[in-house]
Design a protein around this ligand. Structure first.
Ligand SMILES: [Zn+2]
Length: 173
């Protein structure tokens, strides 16, 4: 026994088509998450098996078919509670890496220097954003600052561990 914790495999998910907001926020938090709004049960099951992804669903029939595959019934209909359930169920509170994954294609982002961002974003964004990153797969540029502020407020609310907050009331952001 060395006492050194072995690094577990990073958690990967496939999210069923009813849970788009959950999928989006898992990606914002940096988790490898596949979601297609039109995926059927067979596609979800085969992705889970091939890519070793945990299935997140509110469909008990789908989860029953998952058998040995890793899956989790999502209890709430309210997405912040869904995110918290997933973080708690898979012990991911300390493994979040916000803004490290492309929200379009799920690819890990690469840092982008301000110099290079200059040609890719508007002067407005260039002036106000703090950091930039680029998706090496679809070339989309992401930045923090400006419009991320609303997202960051939500994120810090989400990551407060006290458990489910009151539903509603945070939609002003
Ligand atoms: Zn991308």
């Amino acid at each position: 026994m060395t006492g050194v914790a072995s690094e577990p495999r990073p958690m990967k998910f496939v999210v069923d088509c009813m849970l788009g907001k959950l999928a989006k926020w898992l990606k914002i938090l940096g988790f490898d998450t596949v979601y297609h709004s039109a995926a059927d049960d067979d596609q979800i099951l085969s992705l889970a098996q091939k890519e070793n992804r945990a299935i997140l669903s509110r469909d008990t029939q789908l989860l029953a078919r998952a058998g040995e595959l890793s899956g989790r019934y999502i209890e709430s209909e309210f997405w912040p509670d869904q995110v918290r359930q997933v973080l708690a169920a898979f012990d991911l509170w300390d493994k979040t890496a916000p803004y490290t994954r492309c929200l379009d294609c799920n690819t890990p982002l690469k840092p982008l220097s301000r110099e290079k961002a200059r040609n890719l974003v508007s002067p407005f964004v260039l002036e106000r954003a703090k950091e930039f990153s680029l998706c090496p797969s679809c070339d989309r540029v992401f930045w923090q600052g400006t419009h991320f502020e609303a997202m960051e407020a939500r994120l810090s609310e989400l990551l407060r561990r006290e458990g489910p907050g009151k539903a509603g009331s945070s939609d002003q952001a």
